[in-house]
Design a protein around this ligand. Structure first.
Ligand code: FAD
Length: 580
């Protein structure tokens, strides 16, 4: 039998690349995102129609919607894009089965409508970036027939609320089928499981894809640009944002006709900058997740634990070669720290373990996440877990600031649409149609389900590396493999076992505005989620690549590595996990 010779990108001219179509390759190889210095210059030179403050899901969604409607838009974030709640989610594209149960039990029409619109949004989110989001099966294990009936009826209602946008019909699985699909489940007394459908996605990369699509559409995006104050005209209306560029330490003024406050849990601070008379609205709650090796609970379906000791649900979902377990829901107090603490980790393990054949131990933890939900306070509600995850567009008539408050990742597009409608009304024009329902995001042009196997075959990449590049960058992975022509040594993994390679870090530095080691390892390549220990191992190389690509002064690289590794060691120490 003739063996097919493996093609390496370094042996072949670009025009001869097989199977992946030349149109896809041409598109992927176009220069996309502008270097940060160009964005900085563009941000100060012109009068924008809209300045969006906050580059999480909500702000990135608003910026894209505004720009696609033909409004000149600038997007500013105080830190990195997706560095707050938008990379700390459970990574579910969902209406929320718990919210539906809450809506039915309390006959809350508002919450019911929120679930329904989130289920509609779910299909747009899945379709617009198929490399970053996919439908999944979720299994709810049942240990009594009455619970089986209760959950099946609930999931059938969830299907009905989703209507035409339902992904797969829910069903009851026998005990045998359940154990075949989830061999790690506790089998004692198990009757079976109720299976239903929802979506899963890569939250940090989805945010970056929104930002990149916005920039491709002509928008200006700047990270590490904190709005510290506003300038006003004679009528008290905001005309410019004073911005501190954390990279250069310089201050700049960004002028716009309208300002959108999409700063999540920071919303009250920006509202107070615009108008100190505004009362606080936000009531953040902290949520944490832990990650374990995937074989700690094998299978490709997600598990929903239907009842926790505090009357919520938690999930254990397969996620990028790991098992993601979460989440908690605790009111933020002055003592809240943004790390996964031992009691929070113990809570998650305690809720999950009764459902597992082999209990998880804290020592198996590979990494974790902590984030704050940007919830809006409701009079009389004592528990943050009962606050409705709906959104609200608020107009401050004194300053003209438009704030978008609350919501969830799954509804970011609808939140953006409502916000830009309000902005257009304020600008004195009727809202034009939002174009984001069917807007392929960066990396999805030409993407197909077998793209990872094509990458693997055509560029002789290991299967896990090809899967990782396709899943994180979509067809823009072609630009990453093209970098291997420049330096074949960039084909090296960032850490043993982790699928990220050096070339993707170079790509993210050049084309995705990565400025720090954490930008690279946490949000762009996902090494930090894959494992804190792998992140420690990868940090020196990430620092070296940043120093070389950005021409850092010699003292900066060791300082950056020391700061990042100290942070990661802090996470490990908090849970008393060793570095080895
Ligand atoms: C634990 C947890 C689990 C969740 N799970 C899910 C889930 O599975 N599915 C789902 O749909 N939703 C989920 N959510 C909710 C979802 O993650 C959030 O609703 C969403 O990410 C909020 O996005 P945002 O852009 O509004 O806020 P953020 O992501 O917090 O972004 C706000 C941004 O504003 C920037 N900023 C603040 N102040 C300034 C300033 N002065 N100048 C410039 N920039 C500024 C910040 O740097 C930040 O990047 C979860 C949330 C948490 C915390």
């Amino acid at each position: 039998m003739r063996r097919r010779r493996l093609l390496r990108l370094t042996d072949i001219p670009c025009s001869a690349l097989p199977v992946i179509s030349s149109a896809v390759i041409r598109h992927a190889l176009v220069e996309h995102v502008k270097p940060r210095k160009d964005a900085l210059a563009a941000a100060t030179k012109q009068l924008f129609d809209i300045c969006v403050i906050g580059g999480g899901a909500t702000g990135a969604g608003c910026a894209l919607d505004g720009q696609l409607r033909g409004l000149r838009t600038v997007l500013l974030d105080a830190g990195d894009f997706a560095s707050a709640a938008s990379s700390a989610s459970t990574k579910l594209v969902h209406g929320g089965v718990r919210y539906l149960e809450q809506a039915v039990k309390s006959l809350n029409l508002e919450e019911y409508r929120m679930v329904k619109s989130a289920l509609r949004e779910r299909q747009y989110m899945l379709a617009n970036a198929p490399h970053l989001a996919h439908p999944s099966h979720f299994l709810v294990p049942v240990y009594s027939w009455s619970k089986a009936l209760y959950y099946l009826a609930g999931m059938k209602m969830y299907d009905a609320v989703a209507g035409k946008s339902n992904l797969f019909p829910s069903s009851f699985l026998s005990r045998e089928e359940t154990l075949r699909r989830m061999p790690g489940l506790n089998a004692t007394g198990l009757r079976g499981a109720v299976a239903y459908s929802d979506g899963q996605f890569d939250d940090a990369r989805y945010d970056l894809a929104l930002v990149e699509t916005f920039v491709d559409a002509g928008g200006t995006a700047l990270n590490y640009a904190r709005v510290t104050d506003f300038a006003r005209d004679a009528n008290e209306k905001l005309v410019a944002a004073n911005v501190l560029d954390a990279i250069s330490g310089e201050e700049l003024a960004v002028r716009a006709r309208k300002f959108v406050n999409a700063t999540g849990t920071g919303a009250d601070k920006v509202r107070a900058l615009a108008n100190p008379q505004l009362p606080a609205r936000m009531r953040p709650s902290k949520g944490v997740h832990l990650l374990f090796p995937a074989d700690a609970f094998p299978g490709s379906d997600a598990l929903l634990v239907p009842h926790t000791e505090d009357g919520r649900v938690i999930f254990a979902v397969p996620w990028q070669e790991r098992l993601l377990v979460g989440t908690t829901d605790d009111e933020v107090t002055p003592a809240t720290r943004m790390v996964v603490q031992k009691d929070e980790a113990a809570y998650l393990i305690r809720q999950l373990n009764p459902y597992l054949r082999t209990p998880l131990r804290l020592g198996q933890t590979v990494s974790g996440l902590a984030g704050l939900r940007p919830l809006v306070a409701a009079p009389g509600e004592t528990e943050t877990s009962k606050l409705i995850r709906d959104h609200e567009v608020e107009l401050d008539t004194t300053s003209g600031l438009v704030s978008i408050l609350g919501g969830k990742w799954t509804t970011h597009r609808l939140m953006a649409q409502d916000t830009i409608d309000a902005v257009q009304r304020e600008l004195g024009t009727p809202p034009s149609a939002s174009l984001t329902r069917q807007q392929p995001l960066a990396g999805s042009q030409g993407y197909e389900v077998n793209f990872a196997s094509k990458l693997e075959r055509e560029y002789a990449l290991p299967a896990d590396v090809a899967r990782h590049l396709a899943g994180k960058f979509g067809t823009r992975a072609l630009k990453i493999v093209e970098l291997l022509r420049e330096n074949p040594a960039w084909n090296t993994r960032m850490a043993a076992g982790a699928p990220a390679i050096q070339a993707e870090l170079v790509y993210s530095i050049r084309f995705e505005m990565a400025e720090t080691i954490e930008d690279l390892l946490a949000r762009r390549s996902g090494v930090q989620m894959y494992g804190w220990r792998e992140a420690l191992a990868a940090a020196p190389m990430a620092g070296e690549l940043l120093a070389r690509e950005k021409g850092w002064a010699p003292s900066r690289e060791p300082r950056a590595v020391a700061e990042y590794t100290a942070k990661i060691r802090g996470f490990l120490n908090e849970l008393q996990l060793g570095e080895g």
